[in-house]
Design a protein around this ligand. Structure first.
Ligand SMILES: Cc1cc2nc3c(=O)[nH]c(=O)nc-3n(C[C@H](O)[C@H](O)[C@H](O)COP(=O)(O)O)c2cc1C
Length: 194
């Protein structure tokens, strides 16, 4: 049987962001973990404008090519890890916009988070995401990766150097996500919501 497809989503989009280096680290660990067929999805490359579909996403009837492409990308995944920064005690707008674009494509799929920020380690970003993914019918893992004072984990040349214990933390999250993915009935059709 083929492995479940995991999309590791880079949530931040600003120039100079730290998200890609952190997501790259997590991706390497996911490849070593070997439970998933894991790939990176960068919202900066996806390039969605602010939601511009005339019809609610629950209908799955999309006007724009960028939405159809995003729908295909999300439909192809069995599980997700969102790598999200804390912005103003919440998560960043590009992540919310990307979630809001679609509905049934997310439904029933396990999700976990890698949060990062300052003193709160991205915890407020992750906490704010939980009701949103639950509203979309996703299945959040109990475990998350939290990275405090993220700039201290970066070298002068921009490499991410995880603190001791973080690799094990991330592997535990992958284990959790794999358990949730295994119990999901993959072939059940997803009904429209709302
Ligand atoms: C607009 C903005 C708001 C931020 N607000 C917070 C915050 O509320 N709490 C916090 O711990 N860090 C905050 N930070 C620090 C970021 O978490 C940190 O700079 C992180 O690297 C941002 O992710 P990025 O580099 O991938 O964009 C903020 C950064 C930005 C750019």
């Amino acid at each position: 049987m083929s492995q479940p497809r995991l999309h590791i989503v880079v949530g931040s989009t600003r120039p100079g962001r730290r998200g890609p280096a952190i997501a790259g680290w997590f991706h390497e660990l996911a490849l070593e973990h070997a439970g998933f067929d894991a790939g990176l999805v960068d919202l900066a490359d996806v390039g969605l404008p602010l939601l511009d579909e005339p019809r609610p996403p629950q209908r799955g009837s999309y006007e724009h090519a960028h939405t159809r492409r995003w729908s295909e990308t999300v439909s192809a995944a069995d599980a997700f890890v969102f790598v999200v920064p804390e912005y103003n005690h919440s998560y960043n707008a590009a992540t919310k916009n990307a979630l809001d674009y679609l509905a049934r494509e997310w439904r029933g799929k396990p999700v976990a988070f890698v949060g990062y920020g300052g003193v709160a380690a991205g915890a407020r970003a992750v906490q704010a995401l939980l009701p949103v993914v639950i509203a979309l019918g996703m299945v959040p893992a109990a475990a998350a990766v939290q990275i405090p004072f993220v700039r201290l984990s970066f070298t002068a040349d921009g490499r991410f150097e995880p603190a001791p214990g973080l690799d094990e933390n991330a592997t535990g999250v992958l284990d959790d996500l794999l358990r949730l993915t295994a119990v999901r009935p993959a072939s059940r059709p997803t009904a429209p919501v709302g």
